[in-house]
Ligand binder design. Structure first.
Ligand SMILES: N[C@@H](CCC(=O)N[C@@H](CS)C(=O)NCC(=O)O)C(=O)O
Length: 210
């Protein structure tokens, strides 16, 4: 009979195409936690009861941690993992903290607008709302212009929450909205992603159909 205790694995409800899920999957990889986190692939639009019990909002990613608490948002999960496990560049203290959080929020906003675009385009053509799509595209372009002017602050080594969010956002544009040609006139951001994409955490979390 085995008397040893086995560490409880965390469970990550996620998909291999969701950019929010990718943020968490990258962080798990960067933190060397792949053996400690079991990925449970779910479709938030066809959810299982088990997933709905973990997250009544039916959104991925959701992380059920070692204590059984379900964390229902990528930013929250990244904060949780970064506070418990060493490996990511921590948020700076003082005023620089808000600069990093501001940039991360812009990148999260790019993901929000890109996901909204993808969902709108899934509606039958006759009931797609073009002004809404135009609004999302314009928001993406403006936010990328802002990030491009600040790309020198993004690290290629030992990423933090901001780099992970930017990497997931830009790679999602390549995956779902390539027609936006986001690299045009944004060399700094394009160069940064080119280097960042070589990281194993980016390579191992490439989108794939489930
Ligand atoms: N703010 C959330 C957004 C999560 C989110 O919207 N995920 C999408 C998948 S890419 C989802 O689950 N959508 C289902 C829905 O909106 O009902 C986060 O950062 O985790």
């Amino acid at each position: 009979m085995t008397t040893g205790t086995r560490a409880v694995k965390m469970r990550l409800y996620c998909s291999k195409t969701s950019p929010y899920s990718r943020k968490v999957r990258m962080a798990v990889d960067e933190l060397g936690l792949t053996d400690a986190v079991e990925e449970v692939l779910v479709d938030p639009f066809g959810p299982t009861q088990e997933f709905l019990t973990a997250n009544p909002l039916a959104k991925i990613p959701t992380l059920v941690n070692e204590r059984g608490d379900a964390l229902p948002d990528s930013r929250l999960i990244l904060e949780y993992l970064a506070s418990r496990y060493p490996g990511l560049t921590p948020l700076p203290r003082g005023l620089r903290r808000w600069e990093v959080l501001r940039r991360s929020q812009l990148a999260d906003g790019v993901i929000d607008a890109a996901v909204a675009t993808v969902l709108e385009k899934r509606r039958p053509e006759g009931i797609r709302y073009t002004p809404w799509l135009d609004r999302q595209a314009a928001a993406i372009q403006r936010a990328l212009d802002a990030l491009n002017t600040e790309a020198s602050f993004l690290a290629a080594e030992r990423p933090g929450v901001c780099e992970i969010t930017c990497g997931a956002a830009l790679a999602y544009l390549d995956f779902r909205l390539p027609y936006l040609e986001w690299r045009k006139n944004r060399n700094a951001l394009a160069d940064w992603l080119g280097a960042f994409q070589q990281r194993p955490s980016m390579q191992r979390t490439q989108p794939s159909p489930q």
